[in-house]
Design a protein around this ligand. Structure first.
Ligand SMILES: [Ca+2]
Length: 522
């Protein structure tokens, strides 16, 4: 493809996609659902989804300071996808892409938004709910005879709303419904389906600073930021119970942990594993969330504890002899935090793996995420793929791996990469598209090794991580410039838009801008 043709494709995609409800090129006619009689033969699927974990945060993707032995072994036993993109650069819309197979220009949830109320909603939690029947990944698997379990963080609608997990195909959900509540790892309660389960924790805000006069070097100064019940431990217990109860029938175990999202909170036994491991400056809470005496050790310990909990789940798979009949997937919902927010230090850990951009950005570090898939006997151990893939692809991929390709819903954007996983050749995807109304408003598209991005479509003076830019198209060649350091748009004068292009761009900008949107803090 010649350069001017490529640029024209970028313009067409960026101005025309996601801004209408037009069917995607991958749309296909709805086919009858597969009959459930073959359900017993279908593989189990365990989907492990970390929260704000960067491309470089685990050993299998280059991490040197944080120990992740179980995930590293998972990579040795399966395939790493090194050009895999989360659904979005913040939490809720990323999960919506995963669950619907639609890219962020088509998916229902476009941003992290709270304050929604519907008549039957329980409690005071109110993230924007998806409409009834929206989460086709869960609903289709259920039709195919799967038992679905979700353990940890939902974020797609409160209990009693249309986005209630039990109304969207989840047979058992245990954990946080609302992302805002999930900022505290010692909450006063969790949800067990539609019932609140009280925990042995005192209520306290996950956003406070060390009180005046408190000694930042004294562990006692931080004692009030803990409790008795550490939510991730209870959630792992529930997930393992689910696995035990469903070992004899096909299950989908969705494990969207809140780790290592802020606040920095981790039990002492895990913190002790990183005692004196790093040079530390106490974090007193001035840059958001909760203080911590040893913030670097806390972050590392949270990730290592997650790795340990994943190890427990995978050990159960082996104990039950299910390894060959269980597909295990690991990834993250968006990139690592910026500006040492909440005491994190992405630069110290190289959490971004050297990529430009952090959470909230569509430069690579904001949404290119680690990806591992293990299916023993089917996927070549220790293999790697550079195929461009994204969260929207998982719905058709899982269905194809489950032998139910004909059940793939119509109107999705995802492209199955089951052939790639199984060692077969498949054509390169035409493009991968993302957009977001927050962090200044952004669009990007990847076509082969080319990446085009526009930032500052909806400037927000209050945003803390707004990418610089004028709304003009920047162009990067990821093959020669993986850190997006050389904008080569100027070398391609075709990018200079005609008057018509400007007018169309203005409409695109209005469509991307969304005055009701938050700034994506979850
Ligand atoms: Ca996240």
């Amino acid at each position: 493809m010649r350069n001017h043709e490529l640029v024209r494709l970028f313009l067409t995609l960026m101005l025309g996609l996601g801004l209408s409800a037009a069917a995607s090129p991958q749309s296909k006619a709805q086919k009858p659902q597969a009959v459930a009689k073959s359900a017993a033969a279908r593989p189990n699927v365990i989907f492990l989804l970390a929260d704000d974990l960067g491309y470089g945060d685990i050993g299998a993707f280059g991490q040197k300071k944080i120990r992740t032995p179980n995930l590293d072994q998972l990579a040795k036993d399966g395939m790493r996808l090194t050009h895999h993109y989360s659904g979005h650069n913040v939490c809720a819309p990323s999960r919506c892409v995963l669950m619907t197979g639609k890219h962020p220009g088509h998916a229902y949830i476009r941003d992290n938004r709270r304050g929604f109320r519907q008549a039957d909603m329980k409690g005071d939690e109110g993230q924007e709910p998806v409409p009834a029947g929206e989460l086709k990944l869960l609903l289709t698997l259920k039709q195919l005879g799967y038992t679905n379990g979700g353990f940890s963080k939902w974020g797609l609608g409160a209990v009693g709303s249309t986005g209630d997990p039990n109304s969207q195909g989840m047979d058992w959900f245990y954990g946080y419904n609302d992302q805002g509540v999930a900022h505290n790892f010692y909450p006063v309660s969790l949800w067990n389906n539609r019932e609140r389960v009280p925990l042995r924790n005192e209520r306290f805000s996950a956003r406070q600073t060390l009180p005046p006069g408190a000694d930042p070097k004294d562990p006692a100064s931080y004692a009030k930021f803990t409790g008795q019940d550490y939510a991730p431990d209870l959630i792992n217990d529930a997930a393992r119970k689910f696995l035990c109860e469903n070992k004899d029938r096909p299950f989908f175990l969705y494990y969207p942990t809140t780790v290592p999202h802020l606040a920095l909170q981790v039990p002492e036994d895990s913190l002790a594993e990183y005692n004196n491991a790093f040079r530390e400056e106490p974090y007193t809470g001035g840059n958001g969330y909760l203080p911590h005496r040893t913030p670097r050790a806390a972050y590392a310990a949270m990730v290592t504890r997650l790795d340990r909990e994943i190890g427990k789940l995978l050990a159960l798979v082996d104990d039950f002899g299910l390894r060959k009949n269980t597909i295990v997937i690991f990834s993250s919902d968006n990139g690592p935090l910026f500006n040492r927010h909440g005491g994190t230090d992405a630069e110290f850990f190289n959490s971004h793996g050297g990529l430009r951009g952090r959470k909230g950005s569509y430069y690579e570090g904001g949404f290119r995420v680690p990806y591992i898939v293990r299916w023993t006997g089917q996927i070549k151990p220790g293999s790697t793929s550079e195929r461009v893939t994204g969260f929207e692809d998982w719905l058709p991929t899982i269905l194809e791996l489950a032998g139910a390709k004909e059940s793939t819903p119509s109107g999705i954007d995802g492209i199955s990469f089951a052939p790639t996983l199984l060692g077969r050749r498949q054509p390169e995807r035409r493009f991968l598209y993302r957009e977001s109304p927050s962090y200044g408003g952004q669009q990007c598209v990847r076509v082969g090794h080319w990446k085009a991005i526009r930032t500052n479509l909806n400037p927000d003076p209050a945003a803390t991580n707004q990418a610089p830019g004028t709304g003009a198209i920047e162009l990067y060649d990821l093959a020669s410039d993986p850190t997006e350091s050389r904008n080569v748009a100027a070398q391609h004068p075709e990018v200079v838009a005609t008057r018509d292009d400007f007018e169309r761009a203005t409409r695109a900008r209005e469509a991307v801008a969304d005055p009701g949107a938050g700034r994506g803090g979850n």
